[in-house]
Design a protein around this ligand. Structure first.
Ligand code: HEM
Length: 156
């Protein structure tokens, strides 16, 4: 169990970079498409697909850790009341998990709306707005001291 926790924590930790790279790529192709009035092409579609796939993978590992493997969140779930009084534990048990689930929902909604838009300009605009909102939420919830919780940037 301990080994599985270490493996999932490492995967979850490194996959954040896949998410961030793909998210910024979506934004880059959307801005470039809007500025140069080009079509919503393969690059735009592929970066959106990569963004959503890495997010779904993150959600899957996150849920596995949250309910089964992480000593922090499983302990918090067993006594939620006292966990809420500790800011660091609350960050993992509430803020990190729930805000990121909302962010994944926002990104997913954006990709569905992109498919429904009929013009390239509308597709680029929709991809830009929804991905930007999702990325801001994700960046706020990456533990880097902002919320009083710090974690290593790179796990080996
Ligand atoms: C875009 C989405 C997400 C990103 C970028 C993200 C990022 C991270 C990062 C960077 C860590 C710290 C890893 C380390 O210590 O090296 C972490 C830990 C964790 N995340 Fe996420 N996460 C996301 C979504 C989620 C979701 C949706 C859940 C649960 C439903 C979740 C549950 C957890 C848990 C349980 C931990 C480990 C706490 C511990 O035992 O140390 N994450 N996450």
């Amino acid at each position: 169990m301990d080994l599985l926790y270490k493996i999932t924590l490492n995967l979850h930790s490194w996959n954040r970079y896949a998410i961030l790279i793909a998210g910024f790529a979506v934004i880059y192709f959307a801005i470039r498409g809007l500025n140069s009035k080009t079509s919503y092409n393969n690059n735009s579609g592929k970066s959106m697909l990569f963004f959503l796939s890495s997010l779904h993978f993150q959600l899957l590992i996150g849920l596995l850790m949250y309910f089964v493997l992480s000593p922090i969140t499983t302990h918090a779930l067993s006594d939620f009341g006292s966990a809420m009084k500790n800011g660091q534990i609350r960050f993992w048990a509430v803020e990190h998990a729930f805000v990121n689930i909302i962010a994944i929902g926002v990104a997913q909604t954006g990709s569905i709306l992109v498919r429904k838009k009929s013009t390239d300009r509308e597709k680029h605009r929709t991809a830009l707005i929804w991905t930007l909102i999702a990325l801001v939420l994700i960046l706020l919830m990456i533990p880097m001291g902002l919320m009083g919780v710090d974690r290593p940037w790179f796990r080996f």
